[in-house]
Design a protein around this ligand. Structure first.
Ligand code: DAS
Length: 444
């Protein structure tokens, strides 16, 4: 397919160039080299050779010299070939940076969803697995809600029942761990691997992590007997290994590093060496695919109670927050301080305590976690904690606050209040470990 006609940009008689051309831009002080991208009125947009974009004020440009013209080429999409000897995986797109690909005509980043787009982006995938793709949504993950989780889970179920050997879910990184936890609780039975994969850098950047994360996820599905939900992201700053992380114990701990995702109060399930493609398992007690069990064996519980809130306590909290949460929700996870404290103890804060007590007496559920993130809450170390336990607060051991939020919503969406209170402090999908060991604290 011929590429669309590219807009001719003329700056002066000496400089005629188009979007997509490689150029040198001369200003009074500097010379910049890069690719012309779609620009704004007053600025010329340039994708520098290091992958970063910059805008140069047009009236500061002395000259633009074309180094080479972008040649209009026919779209040559490599067909997604099918090889009998390879396992088949479904790649579900939900959006986020990982779904991006470079549009070399403009240098911009657009989303590509077909299997061909994916193989164009990551050609080596077609040597590892057969691929089929499905567009579930095209959204940034900060906008996800429970209905998106249901849509993703139903797409996974359909693919599993069609007999695929595994599923990769492309997802934005910001709330990727929430979705992984939600899918883990939703699938009460699943006999294939479901890997949630994101990318911290878009594929137009030399430092993009998307291709390696996808390849490592495909290798893990191809080689291992793992079944269930996990996360696959870079394990270090370099392009050496990806970590396969437990779905209910993973957190994005850095805004931009490619190894932002870590297992918290736990360790990775495995590492996938990108160079040797070897898999090193750190756990042996992971959920395994029983030999001979068909992919079709899937049990999905996809209810969620919408009225759930996560309340991070802090000094000088107004009782109005406690009133709002207990007046708006059926379940609240308190992200407490230290071993699970909340401002409920002084005479001034006693109203907060009474509001929680009344909420629980009226059928509300309160789970206690810690904003320390590492370690575990415990109701018997301090009197103040015993008082919270005595009014019915449920201490959630070493569960991540965000995992507890998703778990309580899922429990109240599928079980009675009594059952939810019974199961909240129990480990269903590895969200709680028996005891916290130093090796799981990342030596912080
Ligand atoms: N906004 C981010 C998100 O969708 C982009 C990304 O990190 O994938 O989570």
């Amino acid at each position: 397919m011929e590429r669309a006609q590219r807009k001719v940009l003329i700056l002066s008689a000496k400089s005629e160039f188009r979007e997509g051309d490689s150029v040198e831009v001369l200003t009074e002080e500097n010379t910049f080299r890069g690719t012309i991208m779609p620009g704004r009125e007053r600025f010329l947009s340039l994708k520098l050779n290091n992958g970063y974009n910059m805008g140069i004020e047009k009236d500061k440009i002395k000259e633009v010299r074309v180094i080479n013209r972008m040649k209009a080429v026919k779209e040559q999409k490599r067909p997604a070939r099918e090889r009998k000897s390879l396992k088949c995986i479904a790649v579900l797109h939900t959006g986020g940076t990982i779904a991006s690909k470079v549009n070399y005509e403009t240098g911009g980043v657009s989303a590509g969803f077909s299997a061909e787009d994916l193989i164009e982006l990551v050609p080596e995938l077609s040597d590892i697995v057969n691929i089929k793709t499905e567009l579930v949504s095209n959204m940034m993950s900060e906008d996800m809600n429970f209905s998106n989780y249901r849509k993703i889970a139903s797409a996974v179920k359909k693919q599993a029942e069609s007999g695929v050997d595994g599923v990769i879910i492309g997802h934005g990184t910001d709330t990727l761990a929430f979705t992984a936890a939600a899918l883990s609780f939703m699938f009460e039975k699943i006999s294939i691997p479901i890997l949630v994969v994101g990318s911290q850098r878009s594929s137009d950047r030399g430092s993009s992590d998307s291709a390696m994360n996808l390849v490592c996820a495909a290798e893990f599905i191809r080689q291992s007997d793992f079944a269930g939900v996990a996360v696959c992201m870079h394990s270090s700053l370099s392009d050496d290994k990806c970590a396969i992380l437990p779905a209910t114990k993973t957190r994005k701990l850095h805004t931009s590093r490619r190894d932002a995702f870590k297992a918290v109060n736990d360790k990775p399930i495995a590492f996938v060496d990108f160079v040797t493609r070897k898999i090193e398992f750190l756990k042996t007690d992971y959920h395994k695919r029983a030999p001979g069990v068909k992919s079709k064996d899937v049990a999905l519980q996809d209810g969620f109670e919408e009225g759930i809130g996560l309340l991070k306590v802090h000094p000088n909290m107004s009782k109005g927050l406690f009133e709002f949460f207990t007046g708006s929700y059926k379940g609240i996870i308190i992200e407490g301080t230290g071993m699970g404290h909340a401002p409920t103890n002084t005479e001034e804060n006693l109203p907060n305590f009474n509001i929680l007590k009344r909420f629980i007496d009226n059928g509300g559920v309160v789970g206690i976690t810690s904003q320390c993130i590492y370690g575990r809450v415990h109701p018997h170390i301090y009197t103040n904690l015993r008082r919270l336990e005595n009014i019915g607060c449920v201490f959630c051991e070493d569960m991540l606050p965000e995992t507890a939020l998703i778990k309580l919503a899922w429990l109240l969406g599928n079980y009675s209040r009594e059952k939810a209170v019974e199961l909240l402090p129990k480990s269903l999908r590895g969200e709680i470990t028996e005891r916290t060991t130093a090796e799981n604290d990342h030596g912080i």
